[in-house]
Design a protein around this ligand. Structure first.
Ligand code: UD1
Length: 369
């Protein structure tokens, strides 16, 4: 029985890797991996294949960057003949990036339709200005099997009218990847920290790439101001996403960032490296979705530079606090953490390193295997 997995952007890779392994262990499936090429820089893609032990893609669609319509359209056009030829019994997609949406659309409209399994289903920020929210809602509407990481996902789907038999709560597959990586990450940590002249628990780690944060000069400027203030108390390490990198020379705030002496800008980190940096940070300031989850799993304080999150369990149970983009809110939260009054959390249910086994079981059941 053939399964096609479609990945395209950085946050897909750590979700699909454990699923492929679990399906392999279960046996009885021929698995094909298609990379759309939405992310193509070695540091955004190749390094993750290596660190996560992902098989080489059977096919690379090479779509590259573009507007939302361009990326989505190119993936659709390139994937359609592939699915027509391979005729899989199931297409598996993960997360909420444009490649996820494009693949789900093509599979759902194939003749005959190919069922879609969505890993990380049901998450909602309820913020329709966020491109990922549009992707999430549409993909879940199209998916025959919605694999959720937490109970809020089930609730959201049921509220939207998704039949309970289409929903399987499997837990968080990202944590499967994280747990697998930790021993290697920890081994690499001393060399890595030395490279950046950092000490364990002695720095803030920053990531920023959401268009809402880095493409609007007024907001980007406020965030830079917050980071400058934080850096007076704690050295800051900031691996810079390509989108953000492009803003650095273009904007006044970006140029301030380039000149800041206690903010170290660096290339996007590989998977092992990033988890090592995260596990040893005092605090992470981020607008990423995945990092909110990884910091909760690691027990590291996370300040999310957004007004909402599609991962509320990281706030209600984990170490995450939503702090928005105002320095007057961000800086005191960092000070609280430095004073030892940061939030402590617990690890949510089913974030236990075995989510991918439950994915394989649910898929096996769905396909009658
Ligand atoms: C995408 C996802 C976002 C995810 C993020 C993680 C969508 C809608 N967004 O955003 O949810 O959090 O990935 O990284 O799919 N670029 C490069 N090299 C690359 C990839 C991108 O230089 O390998 C540059 C290009 O200039 C491109 C820009 O980054 O135009 C943005 O890339 P894109 O894939 O459109 O979105 P991300 O911001 O990466």
């Amino acid at each position: 029985m053939r399964i096609v997995h479609v990945v395209g952007a950085r946050p897909n890779f750590m979700k699909i890797a454990p699923v492929i392994r679990a399906l392999e262990a279960r046996g009885g499936f021929e698995q094909l991996l298609v990379h759309t090429g939405q992310h193509y820089d070695p540091q955004m893609s190749e390094v993750f294949f290596r660190d996560l032990d992902l098989p080489r893609p059977d096919l690379d669609l090479g779509v590259g960057s573009g507007s939302h319509a361009e990326t989505t359209g190119r993936v659709m056009t390139a994937l359609e003949p592939v699915l027509a030829e391979k005729k899989p019994a199931l297409v598996v997609v993960a997360g909420d990036v444009n490649s996820t949406l494009a693949a789900a659309l093509v599979a759902a409209k194939a003749v005959p339709p190919i069922p879609v399994a969505h890993v990380e289903a049901g998450l909602r920020s309820f913020d329709w200005t966020m491109p990922e929210e549009v992707n999430r809602v549409v993909v879940d509407r199209l998916a025959a099997l919605c694999l959720t990481p937490s109970s809020d996902g089930d609730e959201n789907l049921k509220r939207e009218g998704v039949a309970p038999e289409r929903i399987a709560r499997v837990g968080n597959v990202m944590i499967d990847s994280l747990r697998r990586a930790l021993p290697v990450s920890e081994k690499r940590a001393p060399e890595l920290l030395a490279r950046f002249a950092l000490t364990r628990g002695g720095y803030a780690l920053v990531t920023l790439h959401r268009p809402a944060n880095v493409d609007a000069p007024a907001i980007f400027s406020k965030l830079v101001e917050a980071l400058e203030t934080v850096s007076a108390q704690l050295p800051v390490l900031f691996p810079v996403h390509p989108r953000t990198r492009a803003r650095l020379s273009e904007s006044v705030a970006g140029q301030r960032l380039l000149r800041a002496t206690r903010i170290r800008l660096t290339e996007p980190a590989g998977y092992f490296e990033f988890q090592a940096l995260l596990a040893n940070a005092k605090v992470v300031l981020t607008d990423s979705g995945g990092i909110q989850e990884e910091s909760t799993a690691l027990g590291v304080a996370c300040l999310t530079l957004r007004d909402n999150t599609e991962r509320p369990v990281t706030v209600t149970e984990g170490t995450n606090t939503l702090v928005g983009r105002d320095p007057a809110r961000i800086v005191p939260e960092v000070e609280k953490i430095l004073a030892g009054h940061g939030k402590s959390g617990r690890i949510p249910a089913l974030w236990d390193g075995h989510a991918s086994d439950r994915v394989a079981e649910a898929i096996g059941r769905f396909l009658g295997r």
